[in-house]
Design a protein around this ligand. Structure first.
Ligand SMILES: [Zn+2]
Length: 148
């Protein structure tokens, strides 16, 4: 299993975005980027243009098209999609059907309770796409390493 490194500042920023955008009432998503030279070193958190409600969200198509072009220019990719759930963190059927990237090793992280809890992975759920195309859960403490 690969270890992804995550700067503490990116983690803090992710929670700030979730709280400001979701206001404890709506789901929100951020995307953690890394460079193709070092795909397991997360460097940045991006907040996509999206609509949302208590039980889900949808990324704006035009925004996403521009975003893919920008990533190509910068030689970066989305390493982990991160989103909030109203209650407990789990991987929902919608999460399975619509990953933003569908390639082996791509990861999805779910943060519970609209990210209103402490900054960190308490109650969070991480999984990744396997060679067979299915999602498998990963041990968060070993698969994601927060660095300062
Ligand atoms: Zn949002």
């Amino acid at each position: 299993m690969k270890v992804c490194t995550l700067p503490e500042a990116v983690l803090r920023r992710t929670f700030e975005v979730f709280r400001a955008c979701g206001c404890g009432r709506r789901e929100c998503q951020t995307l953690w980027l890394s460079s193709w030279q070092a795909p397991d070193a997360i460097v940045e958190c991006v907040h996509p243009l999206h609509s949302s409600h208590a039980g889900g969200f949808a990324i704006d198509d035009a925004w996403l098209t521009k975003f893919w072009l920008e990533l190509g220019r910068r030689n970066c990719g989305v390493r982990v999609q991160v989103h909030t759930h109203p209650g407990a963190a789990f991987h929902s059927p919608t999460d399975d059907r619509f990953p933003i990237v569908h390639s082996i090793g791509f990861r999805s992280l779910v943060i519970p309770r609209f990210a209103l809890g402490a900054v960190g992975f308490d109650g969070a759920f991480l999984c990744e796409i396997t060679t067979s195309g299915a999602w498998r859960p990963l041990p968060l403490d070993r698969a994601l390493q927060v660095i300062s």
